[in-house]
Design a protein around this ligand. Structure first.
Ligand SMILES: *[C@@H]1O[C@H](CO)[C@@H](O)[C@H](O)[C@H]1NC(C)=O
Ligand SMILES: *[C@@H]1O[C@H](CO)[C@@H](O)[C@H](O)[C@H]1NC(C)=O
Ligand SMILES: *[C@@H]1O[C@H](CO)[C@@H](O)[C@H](O)[C@H]1NC(C)=O
Ligand SMILES: *[C@@H]1O[C@H](CO)[C@@H](O)[C@H](O)[C@H]1NC(C)=O
Ligand SMILES: *[C@@H]1O[C@H](CO)[C@@H](O)[C@H](O)[C@H]1NC(C)=O
Length: 399
């Protein structure tokens, strides 16, 4: 026993030496790993754009240079050269994203946009907003009309997003409601899946604002045919989303289906509808969260298929039909036939015509009942119609 104790003591002194050496050794490894991962961060980002490396470098310098610049931590900015201003973690910057520019990829954007709070009560007074999302190549000729529509309205009730050609500058006055409302955009080829990408990009950006509750897609030739309070009340009180989705047996409908989509999408699931949707936040999140069905359209809805007329109508019909009113709130006149709807010019703009667009003598379903208000927006208006529209008595459209 005693003998063993002595041996054990000796052993324990030896052990302590070993432990000491081990600690030194492990510390060395940790330091080594940390510095090499630091190096990794800079060198493995090479496949990304140079901009990213610059951004992360200037982010680092930002943290060093201005941690104490704003005690409330709403905005931090780097003093030196690079001019990067970045929101940091604060409720303010979270609720009111001030700067729509970001460097997120679509994949990153859709992931962020898909986040849903588990906690149902908001720690702030949440006023539901309508996101007006404009999809256009270039100019928005009806800006003066929209300005009139938004004039004097509660800014907590709406937000505006504009997707243009990537290099296009909207060029509006700094007093305009459209000022600095362009989102990071990518080139869109009409009739290709890039159009669906742009729609989802608009949704993703608008979803970053947790107060946005309804999302309406508009083109440069769309105008509102009711005033803001009417449209706001209508949409905020709607249980359903307004997305056109119907079965068209002709070659312009079922004819565009590809059998390669089987078994995930069958011919009887295939739907068509106008791309100009209006939807609730819940449905918007479902749409940007989908990868599987989007990929099928990306791959197989190509030649003469027009994914923008089929992806959302089909996806929503298959999985979220109970959220959809299966109709649109954007009026369009297809009566002339052919691939393009009728375009309205100066001669069309009369009091009675403009009022007739709102329902044309019919009623429409609304929640569990009906309403005389079928349409809230209308297209397509030629830019030459702007002057006569601005000259209309405000009583006609209500704004
Ligand atoms: C910080 O926030 C408080 C309360 O919102 C405000 O009174 C104060 O002026 C703010 N300070 C700065 C430097 O912004
Ligand atoms: C917005 O962010 C972009 C890049 O993220 C930056 O270049 C720009 O200066 C920012 N604008 C403002 C007003 O903070
Ligand atoms: C808006 O632009 C005008 C000139 O066009 C300028 O004088 C004014 O300072 C600007 N206001 C803001 C808030 O940037
Ligand atoms: C309204 O309905 C009438 C008859 O149903 C039709 O001839 C006319 O084109 C419609 N007008 C519009 C603007 O839809
Ligand atoms: C608008 O109308 C003008 C004159 O009628 C025509 O030249 C032009 O192509 C039209 N624009 C669109 C976008 O329809």
């Amino acid at each position: 026993m005693l003998c063993e104790m002595v041996v054990f003591k000796d052993l324990s002194v030896g052990l302590m030496k070993v432990v000491y050496v081990l600690i030194v050794f492990v510390t060395g490894i940790v330091i080594g790993l940390m510095s090499s991962s630091h190096v990794d961060r800079y060198f493995t980002t090479q496949p990304y754009s140079l901009d990213r490396i610059r951004a992360s470098a200037s982010l680092d310098s930002m943290y060093k240079s201005s941690v104490t610049s704003d005690p409330n931590c709403s905005i931090r900015s780097s003093g030196v050269g690079s001019c990067v201003t970045e929101d940091c973690l604060s409720m303010e910057s979270f609720r009111f994203p001030k700067n729509l520019s970001h460097r997120m990829t679509d994949e990153e954007l859709f992931w962020r946009g898909s986040l849903v709070p588990e906690k149902k009560e908001y720690p702030f007074d949440r006023m539901p907003k309508i996101a007006f999302m404009f999809l256009t190549r270039g100019r928005l000729p009806f800006v003066p009309l929209w300005e009139r529509f938004f004039k004097g309205q509660d800014v907590r009730k709406y937000s505006i997003y504009v997707h243009t050609d990537p290099m296009f500058e909207l060029g509006v006055a700094n007093t305009s409601v459209f000022y600095k409302r362009q989102i990071p955009s990518q080139a869109v080829k009409w009739g290709s899946v890039s159009l669906v990408d742009a729609e989802r990009r608009l949704l993703g950006n608008a979803l970053l604002d947790f107060s946005n509750e309804r999302f309406v897609l508009l083109s440069e030739s769309c105008i509102p045919i009711h005033n803001f309070p009417t449209i706001y009340k209508y949409l905020v009180n709607s249980v359903y989303s307004y997305l056109d989705s119907y079965d068209d047996p002709s070659k312009y409908g079922r004819g565009r289906y590809s059998r390669h989509m089987k078994p995930d999408i069958r011919l009887r699931d295939w739907r068509k509808g106008s791309q100009w949707f209006e939807m609730h936040r819940e449905l918007a999140i479902k749409i940007i969260s989908d990868t599987k069905y989007y990929n099928l359209f990306h791959k197989y809805c190509t030649e003469d298929c027009y994914p923008d007329e089929h992806y959302m109508p089909t996806f929503v019909h298959m999985f979220h039909g109970s959220l959809n009113a299966d109709r649109t709130v954007t009026y369009v006149d297809w009566s002339i036939g052919g691939p393009h709807p009728k375009s309205f010019g100066p001669k069309d703009i009369t009091d009675s015509f403009m009022k007739s667009l709102r329902n044309n003598g019919t009623t429409c379903s609304f929640n569990k009942g009906t309403t005389p208000v079928c349409y809230l927006f209308a297209r397509k208006f030629n830019e030459t119609a702007l002057e006569p529209l601005l000259k209309l008595d405000p009583e006609v459209l209500g704004y």
